[in-house]
Design a protein around this ligand. Structure first.
Ligand SMILES: Cc1cc2nc3c(=O)[nH]c(=O)nc-3n(C[C@H](O)[C@H](O)[C@H](O)COP(=O)(O)OP(=O)(O)OC[C@H]3O[C@@H](n4cnc5c(N)ncnc54)[C@H](O)[C@@H]3O)c2cc1C
Ligand SMILES: *[C@@H]1O[C@H](CO)[C@@H](O)[C@H](O)[C@H]1NC(C)=O
Ligand SMILES: *[C@@H]1O[C@H](CO)[C@@H](O)[C@H](O)[C@H]1NC(C)=O
Ligand SMILES: *[C@@H]1O[C@H](CO)[C@@H](O)[C@H](O)[C@H]1NC(C)=O
Ligand SMILES: *[C@@H]1O[C@H](CO)[C@@H](O)[C@H](O)[C@H]1NC(C)=O
Ligand SMILES: *[C@@H]1O[C@H](CO)[C@@H](O)[C@H](O)[C@H]1NC(C)=O
Ligand SMILES: *[C@@H]1O[C@H](CO)[C@@H](O)[C@H](O)[C@H]1NC(C)=O
Length: 595
């Protein structure tokens, strides 16, 4: 009996493949990993899961953050807003941005297994078919087109009934969804019928740019439709970690996940001769709490950077892969001169304070004051824990959202930054969180501004300089301003007026002219947390870009980048789903390369 218990204990110990620190990994220097993945985030979790399906591949994941298990703020959708500035956040701040009247803003990034998918707003959108077709066109690789990615869309998504089991007929199009993929998705399971019926009535009255769109995830997102979320039928967040690395996958013998560990640099196999091509299969790493315990590990096949749009260029630059002038200025030895590393950063600027007055509050029932009342929040958490009911089964108090285009006449001034006529320039999130006013949050989905990630110092443990450079291009301020005008047109419909919706509230009420509106935008806009493009893919022989269409770092062997940083253009989508699709396809590319 005792022997049995010891055996059971021992074998469960051996099968555990998730380690809290480097020191816990037995025989670490004598292990032979085929693939070392830097960053167990959205893309990294998919890759770990898919690559370890092949029992011949030994896979190691190095993640800076802690485990997602028992992280209540991550698990409970309604607690998402509390994750910023905790141990689950990198706590970044941007530089002061001229386009934001010299404001700097908080720049949240997931620091936890599952990465930003473990902390994000759980909005599930794919973008326009033309967004992917543009990637295919720009890179010369038809494999990135919307049609070619369909198998990966199916593998990624597991569409489920909402947690409240309400009748979702008419709220989505089943023909564009998959029931068999990895990530549980549902229509929001805590809706707001009074607000929703006003919004739907307005789509009927206005049509046109505000037409009802049965499903934004069909590839044609224009119009107003129902929100879909990365929340399963069980009322909990679906992250890359919960979906792709559940215990049955974590326990694979050929997969090791080491938490609380920072990858500082990648190292070339030979140095000294700048004319010969480098092979990079070695990572330098240290425990998060102990930089003095720096060590190196070498993969036998490939090193994959999946540290995200900030982390991946940060690692490259610290390693000496970047603009030779910038590297020289910090006295970092140059492995490869590539001025594209960290450049072309693109993110969606966001306005969260576009509120319209109401003559009478909308009756939202007992939860109206949820955001402000800690007692209500405690009750909501209790309900979620008890039987997965109540407002904490959803995050967003906005049940509808949609995309519109900037009027053609204004587009004539610019090169249209969208991927095509079916893509949206501006996103609207529509609802009434408290019943006291009506809200339309705005995002520019096709920003033309470009920012950068660069190094503060030669110490890889220093935070990088983050400059999204929002609203630096004139198109973006026009698109945001036209979004305000569109929101005003939307609430001018009979449905809204009859329900007592009045004009814009502060800080907008005095802003009438274009320039007055633009000034308020620059004073209060923030981010949608969707950075991309800092290690962009480009055609094999292009004079720009960081990775080729198979996501191999140009100019070296052994190293790939697979995460949001490789997108050459930002889709009109919240970016987690595009990242999932990139990682799904990339894992096939790698399996083919080593198959
Ligand atoms: C607050 C917030 C809200 C968002 N809301 C939405 C939304 O509602 N819908 C949506 O679709 N998208 C949303 N996004 C965007 C979306 O989550 C991201 O685009 C996507 O998850 C990025 O995936 P990734 O794999 O590129 O990076 P991440 O998922 O961020 O993964 C990077 C991982 O690498 C780790 N890492 C970084 N550097 C190192 C290092 N040096 N060593 C070791 N590990 C490292 C990080 O800790 C992290 O786990 C949101 C993002 C945030 C931050
Ligand atoms: C972010 O800040 C919080 C609050 O100060 C802190 O507890 C947390 O450890 C920080 N995160 C990281 C990754 O250092
Ligand atoms: C922003 O800073 C720059 C440089 O210091 C200055 O010229 C400019 O006037 C500032 N803009 C605002 C709106 O304060
Ligand atoms: C759901 O609603 C649709 C139309 O509103 C109706 O036809 C259908 O019978 C309903 N389904 C269920 C299970 O009640
Ligand atoms: C930024 O991207 C564009 C293509 O969208 C490219 O032409 C340009 O060279 C890139 N810039 C850098 C520094 O990589
Ligand atoms: C905007 O809204 C946020 C909450 O969503 C609030 O914290 C912030 O103070 C508001 N800013 C302004 C300028 O009204
Ligand atoms: C969930 O629990 C609450 C509080 O006890 C109860 O009022 C409600 O009916 C329960 N709902 C379901 C679906 O069981």
């Amino acid at each position: 009996m005792l022997g049995f218990i010891i055996l059971a204990f021992f074998s469960s110990f051996v099968e555990c493949a998730i380690w809290n620190s480097l020191n816990d990994v037995p025989n670490i220097n004598r292990r032979n990993w085929d693939f070392i993945i830097a960053g167990g985030g959205t893309a990294g979790s998919v890759l770990a899961s898919r690559l370890s399906e092949n029992p011949k591949f030994n896979v190691l994941v190095l993640e800076a953050g802690p485990t997602n298990e028992d992280a209540l703020m991550s698990i409970v959708p309604g607690l998402q807003g509390k994750l910023a500035r905790t141990q689950y956040d990198w706590n970044y701040t941007t530089v002061q941005m001229p386009g934001y009247n010299n404001r700097s803003i908080n720049y949240q990034r997931g620091h936890i297994l599952g990465g930003s998918s473990s902390v994000n707003g759980m909005v599930f959108t794919r973008g326009a078919a033309s967004d992917y077709d543009r990637w295919a066109r720009v890179t010369g690789d038809p494999g990135w087109s919307w049609d070619s990615l369909q198998p990966y869309i199916k593998r990624q998504e597991r569409f489920q009934p909402p947690v409240d089991d309400h009748n979702t007929t008419g709220q989505f199009d089943p023909s564009v969804h998959s029931l068999t993929g990895m990530v549980p998705i549902s229509i929001s399971g805590f809706q707001h019928p009074t607000v929703d019926s006003i919004t739907l009535q307005a789509t009927k009255e206005l049509g046109g740019e505000f037409k009802f769109n049965l499903d934004m995830n069909s590839g044609s997102p224009l119009g107003i439709g129902w929100l879909q979320t990365t929340i399963g039928h069980d009322g909990t967040r679906s992250s890359a970690a919960t979906s792709y690395l559940p215990p049955r996958i974590q326990s694979r013998k050929n997969l090791d996940i080491v938490l609380n560990t920072i990858v500082t640099r990648v190292l070339p196999e030979k140095s000294g001769d700048p004319s010969s091509r480098n092979t990079i299969r070695t990572v330098e790493l240290c425990p998060r709490d102990d930089p003095s315990a720096m060590t190196v590990l070498t993969a036998s096949k490939e090193v994959i950077l999946s540290a995200g749009s900030i982390g991946s260029p940060h690692i490259l630059l610290s390693s000496g892969i970047g603009d030779v002038n910038d590297l020289n200025a910090l006295e970092i030895p140059v492995i490869l001169n590539n001025p594209s590393v960290g450049r072309n950063m693109t993110d969606h600027p966001s306005l969260n304070n576009v509120s319209f007055g109401l003559r009478e509050p909308i009756d939202l029932g007992p939860w109206a004051n949820l955001d402000a009342d800690p007692d209500l929040q405690a009750q909501a958490l209790e309900l979620w824990q008890k039987n997965k009911t109540g407002p904490f089964t959803a995050l967003v108090k906005y049940d509808h959202f949609g995309w519109i285009r900037v009027p053609d006449i204004l587009l004539e001034e610019f090169e249209d930054p969208s991927s095509g006529p079916e893509a949206g320039h501006t996103e609207l999130l529509i609802g009434s969180p408290s019943g006291k006013f009506y809200d339309i949050r705005l995002r520019v989905s096709t920003p033309a501004s470009r920012g950068s990630i660069s190094l503060r110092s030669s110490n890889p443990l220093d935070a990088p300089i983050i400059d999204p450079n929002f609203l630096s291009h004139p198109f973006d301020i026009v698109a945001m301003r036209e979004g305000i005008r569109a929101a005003q047109r939307f609430v001018a419909s009979p449905a809204f007026s009859e329900n007592g919706v009045t004009g814009l509230l502060p800080p907008w009420n005095g802003a009438v002219s274009d320039s007055e509106i633009e000034e308020v935008i620059r004073d209060i806009a923030v981010t949608a947390w969707h950075p991309i493009g800092t290690a962009a893919m480009s055609p094999e022989n292009a004079d720009w870009g960081v990775v080729d269409p198979d996501l191999r770092v140009k100019g070296v062997d052994g190293l790939r980048i697979i995460d949001a940083s490789i997108m050459p253009h930002i889709p009109c989508a919240h970016t987690q789903t595009p990242v999932y699709l990139i990682a799904e396809r990339a894992s096939d590319l790698i399996k083919e390369a080593w198959g």
